[in-house]
Design a protein around this ligand. Sequence first.
Ligand code: GAL
Length: 331
Amino acid sequence: MKRKHLILVLPAIFVLTLFFGCHHKTKIGILMDNVSLERWQKDKELFEKRARDFNADVIIKVADSDAGKQLKQAEELINNGVDVLIVIPVDVVKSKEIVKKAHAANIPVISYDRLIKDSNVDYYISTDNISVGEMQADYISKISPVGNYVLITGPTTDNNAFLLHLGWLNVLQPYIDKGDIHVVIDEYTNFWLPDESYNIMKKYLDGGGKVDAVLAGNDALAQGAIMALKEYNYDGKVLVAGQDADVSAIRNIVAGVQTITVYKPIESLVYAAIDAAVKIANGQAPSNMNITVNNGKKLVPAILLKSQIVNRQNIKMTVISEGFITEKELK
Ligand code: GAL
């Protein structure tokens, strides 16, 4: 090419590169388990909001707690050409197929809130779930170091259910060994929903069982147990711990029928996940991966954030002051 032509063509190439280079919009695919629980509705809204901050496209698919459906949705997003996948797995084991399929298409995967086990998943962003269980058990056992304890965990398809249970026993085991605490119910549920915990609790109470404390994996499970306790007028007399700081749980705490919940920093979790996704999509390493978590196959680079206890005394200082819940919502 003649020099004169080059001088004309080069600026055009430069402009075109700038246009197409800068206008490749990051496309983030997000696979959610369900949005029937309040906490996941919050995550979903925040995913969308944070993606807008980066001018990134976000495609969210909700599996309605069906692992097969989630795999199909993963295939759709992979075919759609997303740059990166954020997955809240329905099933801790089956979701490794999602990682395999995404990797076959060179799409990195971030495991969000729940770990995908035995896979080459790229990153994990969550809270320290063992510590959540320990915090719940610690708080309740300090008030009641002796008595009948009901443990209702959550589904075995969710790794967090095991971690919470581990946290509970880390604290309770010495009391159990001494014979001070009796675990009268220790059950995993099929879903994180109240009807199962209601039935478990009701059956126990119908059989004349006595209970001093309930440790529940989330606020929905706590709510189910409270409903059964209420039928026997035991609500308010039994200690109850939940997780997620749902509005209904905070109301229960104000009413004195739930003792504590655990407040997860959902905004920070979402921001960490979207920020990491955008970086990965742009070929950069995500920041703040400050720990690794063994998923059975590899040490997964991870961010594990801290949660906090919400009790009757600190509602204003925690969930309200941080804008997680408004005072109006509590009325
Ligand atoms: C768990 C999560 C809990 C709760 C539950 C219900 O994986 O750690 O915070 O939200 O799911 O979906």
